[in-house]
Write a protein that binds this ligand. Structure first.
Ligand code: SAH
Length: 366
């Protein structure tokens, strides 16, 4: 499934679909599904509360339902994700889970607990078709799209572990979701939007996590950015820019051969105007590749006076890549140039590096 340099894969290979799950369905669809199973429609609300509020997927624990009802309703809670491996670092507050999907496809998610928040980084595809040469996921190619429920289950499992006090720091809740795991979320648009709705809708419809805490990251699929702006979901849009000029971006982010820097930034500014949300520009600093002061200046000129925040990410090492992170002095100079233009900028921490759980390192190998 590996790709030639620059090759893009938009359409996921046709594969058998995962079983239908409660989290795939809107509340109206759940009521219909429960009725089809021969139960009263209000059972959908009960089932939803168990799943989205208490994170229970085992019908044996649902003692407000009769044994016969539990039996029937278990059809809506198939096991979609099986944990294969769990790696932790930072004293247990960063944990990466490798999951096996029903058909053997592998994906990863990462939970990061900070003093004031818990962020979950989730995958939206097994593999990725966008082929960015510095990203481990991109090198493996696209296996398949994930279903809405497969995406949501990553969050529910993290929420369950936190509520049970399994993550050091006492019982907690998931406050932030970033679609920055494996895959290009906007290339699996419909399933990702479904997952975002389940994540932000209040219980019993969904998990009730604030849309302000949700970030969808993209290489820059311009038509899909336009569509996302119309969804009425005020999530943060992160744009993986990595170069301010087309010549370099064509090689670092191959989608740039379709939609150029100017077009993708225009789409981002329209998104900001529509949603009033600050655009997050992601820029991995790669030594002697994209970290020159003149590129910082060019970036600064492109984004100054916009509703924007630039996130610089020191390049994380990936297998087979010849590139490394910028020298500290070049990183500092890059930050200074952006600040000179009045652009808000931070350097992202490299949480999870030791467990190959940081940006661009998710490769889902056993
Ligand atoms: N496909 C989406 C979602 C993945 S987000 C996107 O690209 O936006 C993962 C983020 O980590 C992206 O900004 C990506 O460009 C960045 N990234 C990939 N490889 C990296 C690496 N080796 N070091 C640092 N950041 C990397």
């Amino acid at each position: 499934m590996s790709q030639q340099p620059g090759q893009l894969t938009f359409v996921a290979p046709r594969r058998a679909k995962p079983a239908r799950h409660l989290a795939d369905l809107s509340m109206a669809e759940r009521r219909a599904a429960v009725t089809e199973l021969g139960e009263k429609a209000f059972r959908a609300d009960q089932l939803s509360r168990h799943y989205f509020e208490r994170h229970t997927a085992d019908v044996a624990e649902m003692t407000d339902l009769s044994a016969a009802a539990r039996d029937k309703l278990s059809a809506l809670l198939p096991t979609l994700l099986t944990p294969v491996k769990e790696l932790t670092t930072d004293g247990g507050t960063t944990r990466k889970t490798l999951w096996r999907l029903f058909d053997g496809a592998l994906v990863e998610s990462v939970l990061m607990r900070y003093p004031e928040r818990v962020t979950m980084c989730v995958s939206s595809q097994a593999g990725c078709g966008m082929n960015c040469p510095f990203c481990a996921t991109g090198q493996a190619g696209l296996t398949r799209n994930m279903s809405t429920a497969e995406i949501v289950e990553q969050v529910v499992s993290g929420a369950r572990a936190l509520a049970a006090g399994e993550v050091p720091g006492g019982p907690g809740r998931v406050s932030n979701i970033v679609f920055m795991g494996m895959g290009e979320p906007l290339a699996n648009y419909k399933q990702v939007i479904g997952a975002v709705r389940r994540i932000v809708d209040p219980a019993p419809h969904g998990l009730g996590i604030s849309a302000r805490g949700v970030t969808v990251s993209t290489v820059g699929l311009v038509p899909a950015i336009g569509k996302l702006a119309e969804e009425g979901l005020p999530v943060t849009l992160a744009l993986s820019l990595h170069a301010p000029d087309d010549e370099l971006r064509d090689t670092l982010v191959p989608i740039n051969t379709r939609w150029k820097v100017a077009e993708v930034l225009d789409a981002a500014w329209s998104y900001a105007a529509k949603t009033k949300r600050r655009i997050s520009i992601e820029y991995a600093l790669i030594k002697d590749v994209n970290d020159q002061e003149w590129r910082a200046d060019l970036l600064g000129k492109l984004v100054r006076n916009k509703l924007v925040h630039v996130n610089l990410i020191p390049l994380n090492p990936t297998p087979g890549s010849k590139w490394t992170a910028s020298r500290p002095e070049d990183e500092r100079a890059f930050v200074r140039r952006l600040e000179f233009h009045g652009v808000p900028v931070t350097v992202r921490d490299t949480r999870g590096r030791e467990i190959d759980g940081a940006c661009g390192q998710l490769a889902a190998a056993e």
